[in-house]
Design a protein around this ligand. Structure first.
Ligand SMILES: [Zn+2]
Ligand SMILES: [Zn+2]
Length: 173
């Protein structure tokens, strides 16, 4: 996923656009138990308003993640905007590093690690397969989205609730 800045550096063009459809590297997602289900689709535009290059764009892809409640695997769509600066290594000291920056030596700059970082930061801390995922029964481990287990029924049995009410009533009197 390389962008070539030569035409901007030479002042031949004011703006460059690049489009990519590349496979993402699963190794970045492995520690989260995730992987790529679709390619990284990236649109990026680059300009050189001053000494440094400014790039911005959009990345979209579909990941496979593991639900933090029921542990099932599910598809998670990513659609994120990004922007970053491109700074030649000999000018690195002139740049205040308060923004995302890629330092480069040659006109061809590999941006894929940065894009994968953008995707990585879009992943929620505790991903869920659906908003109302019921998760696993803490007692028997049954996936409660698929079936109700016996222990769950006992807790919510209305007869038990009645009994609790009776007991409570006695204690108050
Ligand atoms: Zn779930
Ligand atoms: Zn259970």
């Amino acid at each position: 996923m390389k962008i070539d800045l030569e035409l901007l550096r030479l002042g031949i063009r004011d703006s460059l656009e690049f489009h990519f459809d590349n496979q993402g590297k699963d190794e970045y997602l492995k520690e989260l138990g995730g992987k790529y289900r679709e390619n990284l689709r990236v649109d990026v535009q680059v300009e050189k308003p001053g000494r440094f290059y400014l790039a911005w764009g959009q990345v979209s892809t579909v990941l496979e993640l593991q639900c933090s409640r029921c542990l099932e695997r599910f598809s998670y769509s990513i659609n994120a905007g990004f922007h970053f600066n491109l700074v030649e290594s000999q000018r690195q000291e002139e740049f205040t590093p308060d923004e995302d920056v890629i330092v480069f030596d040659h006109d061809e700059v590999e941006i894929q690690p940065f894009i994968e970082q953008v995707v990585f930061t879009e992943i929620p801390f505790a991903p869920v397969c659906m908003v109302d995922c019921k998760g696993l029964c803490p007692q028997c481990g049954t996936n409660q989205n698929l079936s109700e287990c016996h222990c769950q029924q006992e807790i919510t049995d209305p007869r038990w609730e009645k009994l609790k009410e009776l007991k409570f009533g006695k204690e108050v009197k």
